[in-house]
Design a protein around this ligand. Structure first.
Ligand code: CP
Ligand code: NVA
Length: 312
């Protein structure tokens, strides 16, 4: 049993085998030969926030592997009427074989894991989005043929996706540069952790304020929304502060000739990315979105492999 609450739960030793397994599962799923290794298992999806890709990719991956996914909207649970998360977790621990959770506070996913005793997968919290980066790394591997030594530059908010991107690049041996406005840097302890992991893998980590400096020599340009879920009250301020932190034609021309453009989606065309950049020949955002199914399949298989409870 293995929980993935942070990208640090994927060790340097586990990183490439997990990506290889995702690649293999992709081929098996596409040729309709996916083994039902999770037959009889139930995967609960507890989502406090909206989701198109993470929810659907984990549900699809569960079906492909023979498990039954069970979606639970936070607003429809007694959680919304004040039942403590630890009580909810204890009860779900008696029903399910694993939980995928999308939560406001990272502490909620930690409590779910602690009190349910189940493999718990963070499907996005305010601090991290680790499963996104598993499928993103798979996508980079497919497109570039390697991860080690690549320059991955993220332009925008030092948010949950940026935090997991730092850890993923450090773990895989890619150099990570974040260009963000002052005051919007990634989480300080995650940054320190990424640098510590990077010192072993050869990955260099930089935090800058200038998107053009970050784009210089970039193999990958990555962005995410300026306003994350739960930050809606900051919208007006962030619209001003983030002006210029956009992937557009000019930034693409500042990067390597064969730069790949990534966005975890949903995208806001005209804000963090232009239509031209998202739909242009450098964009791999749609392959990136599809790969969420195969990343989810590899994660579910790895997390639930040794959990022997069966429905029958
Ligand atoms: N990229 C991502 O997590 O998308 P959703 O919010 O649609 O799940
Ligand atoms: N940073 C974004 C990612 C959405 C997939 C958010 O948390 O809303």
């Amino acid at each position: 049993m293995k929980s993935i609450m942070s990208f640090t739960d994927i060790s340097v030793e586990d990183f490439y085998p997990l990506l290889s397994r995702a690649e293999k599962l992709k081929a098996l799923i596409k040729s309709d030969k996916c083994p039902d290794v999770l037959n009889g298992k139930v995967v609960g999806l507890l989502f406090e926030k909206p989701s198109t890709r993470t929810r659907t990719s984990f549900e699809t991956a569960a079906f492909r592997l023979g498990a039954d996914p069970l979606y639970m909207a936070g607003a429809e649970l007694q959680l919304s009427r004040g039942e403590p998360i630890k009580d909810t977790a204890r009860v779900l621990g008696g029903y399910l074989d694993a939980i995928v959770a999308r939560v406001y506070s990272h502490d909620t996913v930690l409590q779910l894991s602690r009190h349910s005793g189940l493999p718990t997968i963070n499907g996005l919290s305010d601090l991290e989005h680790p499963t996104q980066l598993v499928s993103d790394m798979l996508t980079i591997m497919e497109v570039k043929g390697r991860i080690e030594g690549l320059n991955v530059s993220y332009i925008g908010d030092g948010n949950n996706v940026a935090n997991s991107l730092l850890l993923a690049c450090a773990t895989g041996g890619a150099n990570a540069t974040i260009a963000c406005p002052k005051g919007y840097e990634p989480n300080a302890s995650i940054l320190a952790n990424a640098k510590r992991i990077g010192s072993k893998t050869g990955s260099k980590i930089r935090i800058l304020n200038d998107p053009h400096e970050a784009a210089h020599h970039a193999d990958v340009l990555y962005t995410d929304v300026w306003v994350s879920m739960g930050q809606e009250s900051e919208t007006r301020k962030k619209m001003k502060v983030f002006k210029g932190y956009q992937i557009n034609g000019e930034l693409i021309r500042a990067a390597k000739k064969d730069v790949s453009v990534m966005h975890c989606l949903p995208a806001h065309r005209g804000l963090e990315i232009t239509e031209e950049a998202l739909e242009g020949k450098h964009s791999i955002a749609w392959q990136q979105a599809e790969n969420k199914v195969y990343g989810a399949a590899a994660i579910l298989e790895m997390s639930m492999n040794n959990n022997s409870r069966k429905r029958k």
